[in-house]
Design a protein around this ligand. Structure first.
Ligand SMILES: Nc1ncnc2c1ncn2[C@@H]1O[C@H](COP(=O)(O)OP(=O)(O)OP(=O)(O)O)[C@@H](O)[C@H]1O
Ligand SMILES: [Mg+2]
Length: 193
């Protein structure tokens, strides 16, 4: 998959989150073969995981922002953890990604001062910081109202020209309205619809 967008669907417990976790190195691949961003998941070593995570941006249903820090600090936290040092370049990248998700004026806010949709946009900015090849999103609209969910899907689909996005979802309305390639998780198998 390259420059592609796909939904990952399947019943509760069918393994969507587990598949995504395997793809970002949080679960070991035990059966079968798999690779992502030139990393072989079967032979992936613990010490390679931070490098894999730089090629992948992850977005969660519950945003997972650090509550005691501002938007800017949340993003700087990731940058520092991924070896950014040049203050000027950090500032520039920060404003690039915040502008991209239309949060350019809200860098000083704390997560609790933002709506769910705004928090998710920040989480998407955070996922984009290191310009990853792939975005993995686990039910990113699961906690949002229908209108805000549409904004998020539009945002995720607008970045697809340069990236690959795999998004787990249960939101039939959204998937019908924004049809895309669909991958199904069922009884320990994955196949394309
Ligand atoms: N940490 C874990 N340890 C053991 N089993 C787990 C763990 N996490 C999930 N499972 C099991 O793995 C299966 C797949 O779970 P997973 O969370 O991947 O499903 P899902 O498709 O994401 O479901 P949902 O749509 O509810 O998010 C389930 O049977 C679940 O109980
Ligand atoms: Mg899940």
């Amino acid at each position: 998959m390259h420059g592609d967008f796909a939904y990952l669907i399947g019943r509760t417990g069918s393994g969507k989150s587990s598949l995504l976790k395997t793809l970002y190195g949080d679960l070991k691949l035990i059966y079968g073969e798999g690779s992502i961003a030139n990393f072989n998941l079967k032979t992936l070593k613990e010490k390679e995981i931070p490098y894999l995570r730089r090629k992948i941006g992850i977005v969660f249903q519950d945003f997972q922002l650090l509550e005691d820090r501002s938007v800017t600090e949340n993003l700087l936290f990731v940058m520092k953890a991924t070896d950014w040092t040049d203050k000027k370049k950090m500032k520039q990248r920060l404003s690039e990604v915040l502008d991209l998700v239309r949060m350019g004026t809200k860098g000083h806010k704390k997560p609790h001062q933002l709506s769910g949709g705004e928090q998710q946009r920040v989480a998407i900015a955070r996922a984009l910081i290191n310009n990853p090849e792939i975005i993995l999103a686990d039910e990113p609209t699961g906690n949002l109202d229908p209108e805000t969910s549409e904004e998020i899907i539009q945002l995720l689909q607008s970045i697809t020209s340069k990236k690959t996005v795999l998004m787990a979802s249960h939101d039939k309305y959204l998937m019908d309205k924004y049809p895309q390639r669909t991958i199904i998780c069922e009884r320990n198998n994955v196949f394309e619809k």
